[in-house]
Design a protein around this ligand. Structure first.
Ligand SMILES: Cc1cc2nc3c(=O)[nH]c(=O)nc-3n(C[C@H](O)[C@H](O)[C@H](O)COP(=O)(O)OP(=O)(O)OC[C@H]3O[C@@H](n4cnc5c(N)ncnc54)[C@H](O)[C@@H]3O)c2cc1C
Length: 311
C-alpha cells in the first residue's frame, strides 16, 4: 500500500496538466502535479506561439512559465518525478514513480506526445529556425516563401496542401514515386499548382547559417544530390504518444493514443486523459488546455462522489 495518498494526481506539466491543476485547485481538490522534466511541455521547444488567445505573441518557454505561475498561484503541488506505471486497484489508483508510489482517488494522464525526427544532418540545430513539425503552429511564418515538406503519408500530403495557404511553393520530398495518402487527398494536392512533388528522394542535409536556407536532397535511384533553396522544412514522419505509464491499462488506438469520451474519461474508472496523448484531431496548446479543464471537472465530480460515500 502506498504511504502517500492524494485526491488528484496529474501526470505531466504541459498545457493540459497545468490547466487541469488550475481547475482542480479552484474546485477545492488536493492536487499533485508530477513532471519528469521541465514544466511547460512541448512548447518549451518553440521560439514563438501566436495562437494562444489573448497573448498575441510569446516564446514557448514564456507561455509555459505563465501556466506554471498560474498553477502555483492556486497552490498546486508540483513535483519532479517520472511516472513509471499507473495501476487501478479496487476503489483507488496507484501511481508508481521513481520517487515512490502514490495512491490517488483520481488520475489525469497528460503526458503529451512527440514528433519523430528524421535524423538527418542539420535537423536538430534548425528546429524553430525553419525546421518544424507542425503546420498549424508555424505555417503562417512562411507567407510568400518557398518551403519543403518531408513525407508521403496522409499528414504530409494534407499538411502540405494546408501550407499552400501561406507559402508560394511547397516541395513534397518523398522516397517513393507515389504518395501513400488517401486518393482524394493526393488528387487535391497534385492539382494544386503550388505543390511540387520531389519523387524518389530523401533529405541528406539541412543547411543555413542560423535560419534554414537550403536542403540537400538525394535521389535514391541515381544517388544524385541537388539543392532546394527553401526557408522552411516541415517534417511529417510521424507523431507518437507518451503512453508508457498506462499502456495495457486503458483503451487506446493501435499506436497508443489514449481513447476517452467527451468527459476525458478513459476506459478505467477514475482515470482521465487530457491533451496530446489523447486520440484527437488537433494537437495544440488551446485544445490541450481545454481537455485539461474538462478532465479536472470530471475528476472533481468523481472525487465528490467518493467523498460523499466516505462521509
Ligand atoms: C516545436 C513545437 C512547436 C509548437 N508550436 C505550437 C504553437 O505555436 N501553438 C500551439 O498551439 N501548439 C504548438 N505546439 C503543440 C503544443 O506544444 C502541444 O499541442 C501541447 O504542448 C500539448 O500539451 P500537453 O500538455 O498535452 O502535452 P506536452 O506539452 O507534451 O506536455 C506533457 C508533459 O508530460 C511530461 N511527461 C511525459 N511522460 C511523463 C511521465 N511518465 N512522468 C512525468 N511526466 C511525464 C512531459 O515531460 C511533458 O512536460 C508545438 C509543438 C512543438 C513540438
Amino acid at each position: 500500500m502506498a504511504s502517500e495518498k492524494r485526491e488528484l494526481v496529474i501526470i505531466g506539466a504541459g498545457p493540459a496538466g497545468m490547466t487541469a491543476a488550475i481547475y482542480g485547485r479552484r474546485a477545492g481538490l488536493d492536487v499533485l502535479l508530477l513532471e519528469k522534466g521541465a514544466t511547460g511541455g512541448q512548447i518549451n521547444m518553440t521560439s514563438e506561439v501566436e495562437n494562444w488567445p489573448g497573448v498575441q505573441s510569446a516564446t514557448g518557454p514564456e507561455l509555459g512559465n505563465m501556466f506554471r505561475e498560474h498553477a502555483l498561484k492556486f497552490k498546486a503541488d508540483i513535483r519532479i518525478a517520472d511516472v513509471k506505471k499507473v495501476e487501478a486497484r479496487e476503489g483507488s489508483r496507484v501511481v508508481a514513480t521513481d520517487k515512490g508510489d502514490i495512491e490517488a482517488d483520481a488520475v489525469i494522464v497528460a503526458t503529451g506526445a512527440y514528433f519523430r525526427r528524421l535524423g538527418c544532418e542539420g535537423e536538430a540545430e534548425h528546429i524553430g529556425q525553419g525546421v518544424s513539425y507542425c503546420a498549424v503552429c508555424d505555417g503562417a511564418f512562411f507567407e510568400g516563401e518557398e518551403i519543403a515538406v518531408v513525407g508521403g503519408g496522409n499528414t504530409a500530403v494534407e499538411e502540405g496542401t494546408y501550407l499552400t495557404n501561406f507559402a508560394s511553393k511547397v516541395y513534397i520530398i518523398h522516397r517513393r514515386d507515389e504518395f501513400r495518402a488517401d486518393r482524394a487527398a493526393v488528387e487535391r494536392a497534385l492539382a494544386n499548382p503550388k505543390i511540387v512533388p520531389v519523387w524518389n528522394s530523401v533529405v541528406e542535409k539541412i543547411e543555413g547559417d542560423g535560419l534554414v536556407e537550403n536542403v540537400v536532397v538525394k535521389n535514391v535511384k541515381t544517388n544524385a544530390l541537388s539543392d532546394l533553396k527553401v526557408s522552411g522544412v516541415f517534417m511529417f514522419v510521424g507523431q507518437l504518444p507518451y503512453d508508457d505509464c498506462v499502456r495495457g491499462l486503458v483503451n487506446a488506438t493501435k499506436d497508443g493514443w489514449v481513447i476517452t469520451d467527451e468527459h476525458m474519461a478513459t476506459s478505467v474508472e477514475g482515470i482521465y486523459a487530457a491533451g496530446d496523448v489523447r486520440d484527437k484531431p488537433l494537437r495544440q496548446v488551446v485544445t490541450a488546455a481545454s481537455d485539461g479543464a474538462v478532465a479536472a471537472m470530471s475528476a472533481s465530480a468523481f472525487i465528490g462522489r467518493i467523498r460523499h460515500a466516505r462521509a
